[in-house]
Design a protein around this ligand. Structure first.
Ligand SMILES: [Zn+2]
Length: 162
Protein backbone atom coordinates (compact mmCIF):
# COMPACT_ATOMS: atom_id res chain seq x y z
CA UNK A 1 0.00 0.00 0.00
CA UNK A 2 1.50 3.28 -1.04
CA UNK A 3 0.03 6.34 0.53
CA UNK A 4 0.24 9.11 -2.00
CA UNK A 5 0.11 12.84 -1.89
CA UNK A 6 -2.86 14.56 -3.33
CA UNK A 7 -3.01 18.26 -3.79
CA UNK A 8 -6.29 20.01 -3.77
CA UNK A 9 -6.90 22.23 -6.73
CA UNK A 10 -3.76 21.60 -8.70
CA UNK A 11 -5.53 22.86 -11.78
CA UNK A 12 -5.60 26.56 -12.32
CA UNK A 13 -8.97 27.77 -11.00
CA UNK A 14 -8.95 30.44 -13.66
CA UNK A 15 -8.32 28.51 -16.88
CA UNK A 16 -8.29 24.86 -15.70
CA UNK A 17 -4.79 24.35 -17.02
CA UNK A 18 -2.65 21.75 -15.22
CA UNK A 19 0.46 23.57 -16.31
CA UNK A 20 1.35 25.38 -13.10
CA UNK A 21 4.53 26.06 -11.19
CA UNK A 22 5.21 26.28 -7.47
CA UNK A 23 6.42 29.70 -6.36
CA UNK A 24 6.40 29.19 -2.60
CA UNK A 25 5.97 26.31 -0.11
CA UNK A 26 5.24 26.70 3.57
CA UNK A 27 3.46 25.05 6.48
CA UNK A 28 0.36 26.64 7.90
CA UNK A 29 -0.57 26.72 11.60
CA UNK A 30 -2.11 23.25 11.46
CA UNK A 31 1.04 21.78 9.96
CA UNK A 32 -0.37 21.30 6.50
CA UNK A 33 1.83 22.05 3.55
CA UNK A 34 0.59 24.95 1.50
CA UNK A 35 1.94 25.98 -1.84
CA UNK A 36 1.62 29.17 -3.80
CA UNK A 37 1.30 28.36 -7.44
CA UNK A 38 1.30 30.27 -10.64
CA UNK A 39 -0.42 29.18 -13.82
CA UNK A 40 1.94 29.07 -16.77
CA UNK A 41 -1.02 29.43 -19.09
CA UNK A 42 -2.68 32.57 -17.81
CA UNK A 43 -0.44 33.82 -14.99
CA UNK A 44 -3.13 33.40 -12.34
CA UNK A 45 -1.79 32.80 -8.80
CA UNK A 46 -3.47 30.48 -6.34
CA UNK A 47 -2.60 28.22 -3.41
CA UNK A 48 -2.98 24.51 -2.76
CA UNK A 49 -3.05 22.37 0.35
CA UNK A 50 -1.21 19.11 0.38
CA UNK A 51 -2.83 16.22 2.19
CA UNK A 52 -1.87 12.67 2.88
CA UNK A 53 -4.43 10.27 1.58
CA UNK A 54 -4.09 6.92 3.24
CA UNK A 55 -5.69 4.50 0.91
CA UNK A 56 -7.57 1.56 2.31
CA UNK A 57 -6.96 -1.77 0.66
CA UNK A 58 -9.55 -3.23 -1.69
CA UNK A 59 -11.71 -6.03 -0.37
CA UNK A 60 -11.51 -9.38 -2.16
CA UNK A 61 -14.94 -10.96 -1.97
CA UNK A 62 -15.65 -14.69 -1.76
CA UNK A 63 -16.42 -14.80 -5.50
CA UNK A 64 -13.03 -13.24 -6.27
CA UNK A 65 -14.33 -9.82 -7.23
CA UNK A 66 -12.98 -6.66 -5.62
CA UNK A 67 -14.79 -3.79 -3.98
CA UNK A 68 -13.75 -0.76 -1.93
CA UNK A 69 -13.76 -1.09 1.85
CA UNK A 70 -17.21 0.07 2.91
CA UNK A 71 -17.39 1.27 6.48
CA UNK A 72 -21.12 1.99 6.27
CA UNK A 73 -21.89 -1.50 5.07
CA UNK A 74 -20.12 -3.02 8.08
CA UNK A 75 -21.86 -0.62 10.44
CA UNK A 76 -25.23 -1.47 8.94
CA UNK A 77 -24.71 -5.19 9.54
CA UNK A 78 -23.55 -4.48 13.09
CA UNK A 79 -26.55 -2.28 13.85
CA UNK A 80 -28.91 -5.03 12.76
CA UNK A 81 -27.06 -7.57 14.91
CA UNK A 82 -27.11 -5.22 17.91
CA UNK A 83 -30.77 -4.32 17.66
CA UNK A 84 -32.17 -3.92 21.19
CA UNK A 85 -28.87 -4.98 22.72
CA UNK A 86 -26.90 -2.86 25.22
CA UNK A 87 -24.33 -1.78 22.63
CA UNK A 88 -23.93 1.92 21.92
CA UNK A 89 -23.45 3.55 18.55
CA UNK A 90 -20.06 4.71 19.83
CA UNK A 91 -19.07 1.12 20.59
CA UNK A 92 -19.89 0.17 17.02
CA UNK A 93 -18.02 3.16 15.57
CA UNK A 94 -15.03 2.18 17.69
CA UNK A 95 -15.22 -1.39 16.52
CA UNK A 96 -15.22 -0.32 12.89
CA UNK A 97 -12.36 2.11 13.62
CA UNK A 98 -10.40 -0.82 14.97
CA UNK A 99 -11.18 -2.94 11.90
CA UNK A 100 -10.11 -0.08 9.64
CA UNK A 101 -6.88 0.50 11.56
CA UNK A 102 -6.19 -3.23 11.46
CA UNK A 103 -6.55 -3.61 7.71
CA UNK A 104 -4.42 -0.50 7.14
CA UNK A 105 -1.77 -2.00 9.39
CA UNK A 106 -1.57 -5.09 7.16
CA UNK A 107 0.01 -2.83 4.57
CA UNK A 108 -1.51 -4.70 1.65
CA UNK A 109 -3.28 -3.45 -1.45
CA UNK A 110 -6.00 -6.06 -1.16
CA UNK A 111 -7.50 -7.91 1.78
CA UNK A 112 -9.87 -10.91 1.68
CA UNK A 113 -13.33 -10.10 3.03
CA UNK A 114 -12.92 -13.01 5.45
CA UNK A 115 -10.02 -11.22 7.19
CA UNK A 116 -12.30 -8.24 7.75
CA UNK A 117 -15.25 -10.40 8.81
CA UNK A 118 -13.11 -12.28 11.32
CA UNK A 119 -11.90 -9.04 12.87
CA UNK A 120 -15.47 -7.70 13.07
CA UNK A 121 -16.68 -10.90 14.68
CA UNK A 122 -13.85 -10.99 17.21
CA UNK A 123 -14.67 -7.42 18.24
CA UNK A 124 -18.39 -8.09 18.42
CA UNK A 125 -17.81 -11.17 20.55
CA UNK A 126 -16.18 -8.94 23.15
CA UNK A 127 -19.00 -6.39 22.98
CA UNK A 128 -22.08 -8.56 23.20
CA UNK A 129 -22.50 -12.35 22.91
CA UNK A 130 -26.08 -12.21 21.63
CA UNK A 131 -25.24 -9.70 18.91
CA UNK A 132 -22.25 -11.85 18.07
CA UNK A 133 -24.41 -14.94 17.55
CA UNK A 134 -26.88 -12.98 15.40
CA UNK A 135 -24.03 -11.66 13.30
CA UNK A 136 -22.42 -15.08 13.04
CA UNK A 137 -25.68 -16.66 11.86
CA UNK A 138 -25.91 -14.19 9.00
CA UNK A 139 -22.27 -13.69 8.06
CA UNK A 140 -20.71 -17.04 8.80
CA UNK A 141 -23.70 -18.70 7.23
CA UNK A 142 -24.65 -20.83 10.21
CA UNK A 143 -27.73 -22.12 8.46
CA UNK A 144 -28.75 -25.01 10.59
CA UNK A 145 -29.55 -25.11 14.26
CA UNK A 146 -26.82 -27.55 15.18
CA UNK A 147 -24.17 -25.31 13.64
CA UNK A 148 -25.58 -22.42 15.64
CA UNK A 149 -25.57 -24.54 18.78
CA UNK A 150 -21.95 -25.58 18.20
CA UNK A 151 -21.00 -21.94 17.86
CA UNK A 152 -22.86 -21.05 21.06
CA UNK A 153 -21.19 -23.94 22.88
CA UNK A 154 -17.82 -22.81 21.62
CA UNK A 155 -18.58 -19.31 22.76
CA UNK A 156 -19.76 -20.41 26.19
CA UNK A 157 -16.59 -22.42 26.59
CA UNK A 158 -14.32 -19.58 25.52
CA UNK A 159 -12.68 -16.97 27.66
CA UNK A 160 -14.82 -14.27 26.11
CA UNK A 161 -17.55 -14.89 28.64
CA UNK A 162 -15.36 -15.86 31.57
ZN1 LIG B 1 -4.58 29.59 -15.70
Amino acid sequence: MNPHIWEEGMRCPNCQSENTRVIDTFRDKTGRVRRRRECRQCGHRFSTIEQWIQQLPLVIKADGSREPFDREKILKGLRIACWKRPVSATDLERLVDDVEAYIRSLGRGEVPSRVIGDRVIEGLKRLDPVAYIRYAIVYLGLEDLSAVRREIDRLLASDALA
